[in-house]
Design a protein around this ligand. Structure first.
Ligand code: FAD
Length: 459
């Protein structure tokens, strides 16, 4: 039987990083990947999504160009051309990941792997059993579409979306999380008629309430039909295309339906019970602070643990795991401050506590906010406003959160994330000289609180 120091199951963000770092430290590592190396982020997530978002903004730029004296004749968008260019880039990235693994000395098997217990793993492509001193499960998550919705097989998930060879004229998106909205938005900007059906009153559960309301209004103004407080109850194919019946008995006729109602950890059929690995009621692998599962020698990182399902977190977890075990470094803490962006158009980005969270945690909280028309809109005539908001703890002036909707929000929040992770205070922003004329200068020029929470001035 082949023996390894580490067997990694899953070649996505977390698995690839862990395998590379462990191998670089001299460990004998095997990585098994059942689909394509790179995983969700590279093949069916962040990367193709962002490329398509960028594509969807080109038409807007051309429209905006008119106000700046430009004219464009006979502009035409080709979905097949975009798809083939995106696919070529994904092939290039997949190859780059595979090369980096092999240069680090990782042996990669193009196979599904399952746990057998007793430190053994089965490679399903050949049936071979291999053994590992340690096993790392990094199998990610998968879109949910196995509930009792009638006609759900007629619906697509985000995985299917990235394989579409033609652009549907009409699309219904179910869900109001970031994946649902990003796909809805990019399709709408590329010319599809898009309806978004979701259960709640507002999109993006868990984000700052004012931001949710602001973005919701912006998306509606951009022509996306938002259908709150509703769910899909049945899907049928008829002569017109697909009929989606909603919980209020209304029917939307469409050409495609994307369900983006959540992602389930990829743990089914993995042999976890056989190997003594405990999962929770949402199928996620339960781990401790050292990524150790309930079975000795078996670890898990990334989306399969269903904590913060973001690429940088999976990468960080894979890195920390491998450095701690194979480089003998003391375990570094995972970041508690998580900057993140939603790549709708306009973008939304956020770091730290929402206003509601801050008020629940701290007695005295000041909120600074501003809304303004981006400079570009003065000539382009495009409607819509930027919205920025800072949440500050009055007792020590610390910035607890920063939230915004507007162009380049993702780029801005990355840098604010540095400041807030370093413990920046509102006074630090006040002391920073503005860069003029930019949208970002508003972060350092907000002087008067919009709201003050807490009765007394002293905290
Ligand atoms: P994955 O990257 O999913 O990798 C798991 C791998 O394991 C897969 O390649 C899978 O094929 C393989 N596998 C599964 N089971 C087995 C098995 N039994 N044997 C062998 N191989 C197996 N995050 C961001 O930070 N920013 C974004 O903008 C962003 N956009 C996203 C957009 C979409 C549409 C989606 C779906 C996700 C997005 N994410 C984004 C989330 C991000 O992609 C994930 O958080 C990240 O990929 C998780 O990494 P992972 O290593 O845990 O799992």
């Amino acid at each position: 039987m082949r023996r390894y120091d580490l067997i990694v199951i899953g070649g996505g963000s977390g698995g690839v990083r862990a395998a590379r770092v462990a191998a670089t430290q001299g460990a004998k590592v095997l990585l098994a990947e059942e689909s394509r190396v790179g995983g969700t982020c590279v093949i069916r997530g962040c990367v193709p999504k962002k490329l398509m978002v960028l594509a969807s903004r080109v038409g807007m730029e051309m429209q905006d160009g008119r106000g700046f004296g430009w004219t464009f004749d006979a502009a035409r968008f080709s979905w097949p051309d975009l798809k083939s260019n995106v696919d070529a880039e994904l092939d290039r990235l997949e190859h780059a990941y595979a090369t980096a693994l092999s240069r680090a000395g990782v042996h990669t098997e193009a196979s599904r792997a399952e746990l057998l217990g007793g430190g053994c793993v089965k490679l399903c492509s050949t049936g071979e059993r291999i053994s590992g001193e340690r096993i790392l499960v990094a199998t990610g998550a998968t879109p949910i579409n196995d509930d009792d919705l009638i006609g759900r097989s007629l619906c697509a998930t985000s995985d299917d979306f990235f394989n579409w060879t033609t652009q549907p004229r009409r699309v219904v998106v179910q869900g109001a999380g970031y994946i649902a909205l990003e796909l809805a938005c990019l399709l709408a900007r590329l010319g599809s008629e898009v309806s978004v059906v979701f259960r709640a009153d507002h999109i993006l559960r868990g984000f700052d309430q004012e931001l949710r309301e602001h973005l919701q209004a912006e998306l509606a103004a951009a022509g996306i039909r938002l259908v709150p407080r509703a769910t899909l109850t049945a899907i049928q194919r008829d002569g017109q295309g697909l009929s989606a019946t909603l919980s209020d008995a209304s029917v939307i006729t469409t050409d495609a339906i994307i369900r983006a109602i959540g992602r389930r950890p990829n743990t089914r059929g993995l042999g976890l019970a056989r190997a003594g690995v405990t999962t929770d009621d949402r199928d996620a692998i339960v781990v401790d602070d050292d990524f150790q599962t309930s079975a000795r020698g078996i670890y898990a990182v990334g989306d399969v643990t269903n904590r913060i399902q973001l690429t940088p977190m999976a990468i960080r977890e894979g890195h920390v795991f491998a450095e701690t075990v194979y480089a003998g470094r003391a375990r570094s803490a995972l970041p508690s401050i998580v900057p993140t962006a939603v790549f709708t158009t306009p973008e939304l980005a956020t770091v730290g506590q929402t206003e509601a969270e801050a008020v629940a945690w701290h007695e005295h909280v000041d909120v600074y906010s501003t809304q303004f028309r981006p400079m570009k809109a003065t000539l382009s005539g495009r409607a819509g406003k930027c919205f920025m908001k800072l949440i500050v703890k009055r007792a020590d002036d610390r910035i607890l959160g920063a939230h915004l909707v507007g162009p380049d929000a993702g780029e801005m929040i990355q840098l604010l994330g540095v400041a807030i992770t370093m413990g920046a205070r509102k006074g630090d922003l006040d002391a920073t000289l503005a860069v003029h004329p930019t949208g970002a200068e508003e972060w350092v020029t907000m002087r008067t609180p919009t709201r003050r929470h807490g009765r007394s001035e002293a905290a």
